[in-house]
Ligand binder design. Sequence first.
Ligand code: SAM
Length: 284
Amino acid sequence: MTDETNAAQRQFWNSDFGAKWVAFEADLETLHAPMNDPLLTCAAIELGMNVLDVGCGSGAVTRRAAEWVGVDGSVTGVDISEVLLDKARATAAGEGSASVDYLHADAQTYAFAPASFDRVVSRMGVMFFADPTAAFTNLLRAVRPGGYLSAVVWRRGEANPWFRIPTEAAIRHLGPIDSDPDAPGPLAFANTDRALAILMAAGWMDASASPLEVILETRGPATEAAASIGSMGPAARIMDLKGATKTQLTAIKADIAAGFRRFETEHGLRVPVTMTLLSARAPV
Ligand SMILES: C[S@@+](CC[C@H](N)C(=O)[O-])C[C@H]1O[C@@H](n2cnc3c(N)ncnc32)[C@H](O)[C@@H]1O
């Protein structure tokens, strides 16, 4: 991949951040696993289908989809991060699963074989496109007429304490950030109307959004979660941007831990979050 499209995201997901994602993969997988089956159910995945997993990362959903479609199906995971794809390739899919391929490519621009997939799915992998309308137009070309797209995306505010608590802690200590709420990033589709308008502008039909309530679970006390959230989550991006000092970092992590303490149980944190499940259909 040499073109400049999505260069910033490519750089980001191939940087130390991608390496951190790999290092924390087991914990992240526990955290995000509750989204998997609702996503595949929403996409009406059936035995024998060919599925594309967009922004597949280390491949958890790719492997789960491979179990759902079985040996007569196939699943392709596409991602711009070689670091994450290396991790995906190193993890075998379960017994009785479809064959799995991983493609190092930009899903916004890659020339997929036209109409080659029955379904396009994504768990938090479609919010990073510089030109989302172009990306969803490209994905529409890849899916067969009448095929479905389903994607899980983050919400903002009260629905999402997982992002709200660290973001507010970082802003409390470092001041507000001047950023475009729709810019490529995890919250780019927090505005559901915007997401649906983009899907329709790209030519998808019957675009709809429904709430997906999940409990995000981590091991250990709030202080432990605060340490990893503080080094990887939304607060980390703000601290990076603002050049936070060590003292500020410590204070922010303490505030994050305090914010999450109400979600502590004897088994770790259990944080209720409402995600959005986007779905749409390719015209026949
Ligand atoms: C939040 S992670 C989600 C990863 C995975 N779907 C999961 O749930 O664990 C977002 C992923 O999207 C990928 N990504 C971002 N922009 C992309 C693009 N233009 N084409 C393909 N993948 C992209 C990143 O490299 C990253 O792996």
